[in-house]
Design a protein around this ligand. Structure first.
Ligand SMILES: [Mg+2]
Length: 242
């Protein structure tokens, strides 16, 4: 049996592909829903609304890719990012940007798939006296994130839920981890980060002095060249080491 990790007072969990599986996003469904709203709002022919939606979505993805390629960890909301792309619609632009934000957010939370009993799995950490936080990279509106986490019974298990779109910075930028640690009132050396992504969930936390566990429950990133505290295949494996 592996030796226990000592001195841990808090566990910070990534969300997608760590606490629940993320199925592929239904972009087509989100586009259709938004295009219908756009058509109704502006009195556009459905085919015009569909074409405008496709173009805004394409530009949005391109802009976000370009932003991330600069090495930036900034996390603007979909509403902020898409607002300039709706310029040609004048006074309706803010409404359209907010509606697109909501449509993409709904499509995102619809693809979450949590294993049975997952909230109880997380409750066990809290009941053993550990503080619990969720730290997620997401552009989905925080109100939708919290609503869906509550549906899964997960929201009430966390002492803090920190979303990149709310902080304005993505993992592995340090601000988002610091926001979570501050909410929990723990030092990095007292915190264990658990996640499925090497860069965001292992390297970033370790650079601040946290310990980090890589989970292979839903995705399997190769930790070669790294030194995660553990690689686990199910969340319950953590019970044996904390
Ligand atoms: Mg993840």
């Amino acid at each position: 049996m592996e030796p226990r990790l000592t001195g841990i007072r808090a566990v910070l969990f990534d969300l997608g592909d760590t606490l629940f599986r993320l199925h592929p996003m239904d972009f087509a469904g989100a586009h259709d829903r938004f295009a219908r709203l756009m058509s109704a709002r502006l009195g556009l022919h459905p085919s015009e609304a569909a074409a405008a939606t496709a173009e805004v979505s394409r530009q949005l993805r391109e802009d976000l890719r370009a932003l991330q390629q600069t090495g930036s960890t900034a996390e603007p909301s979909i509403a902020e990012s898409s607002l300039p792309l709706f310029d040609s619609f004048g006074a309706d632009a803010p409404w359209l940007a907010a509606a697109l934000d909501q449509a993409f957010g709904e499509a995102d939370i619809a693809r979450w798939d949590a294993p049975a009993g997952r909230a109880e799995d997380v409750r066990r950490f809290a009941e053993s006296g550990l503080r619990v936080a969720f730290v997620s990279n997401t552009q989905t509106p925080p109100a939708l994130m919290r609503r869906r986490l509550a549906e899964f019974g997960l929201l009430e298990m966390a002492d803090a839920a920190v979303f990149s779109v709310e902080v304005g910075e993505r993992k592995p930028g340090e601000h988002i981890y610091r926001a979570a640690l501050e909410s929990l009132s723990v030092d990095p050396a007292q915190a264990l980060f658990v996640g499925d992504r090497v860069r965001e969930d292992i390297l970033g936390p370790q650079s601040l002095g946290m310990r980090a566990v890589l989970t292979h429950e839903f995705r399997q990133e190769d930790p070669a060249g790294l030194n995660p505290a553990r690689v686990i295949h199910s969340l319950t494996a953590l019970w044996e080491i904390l």
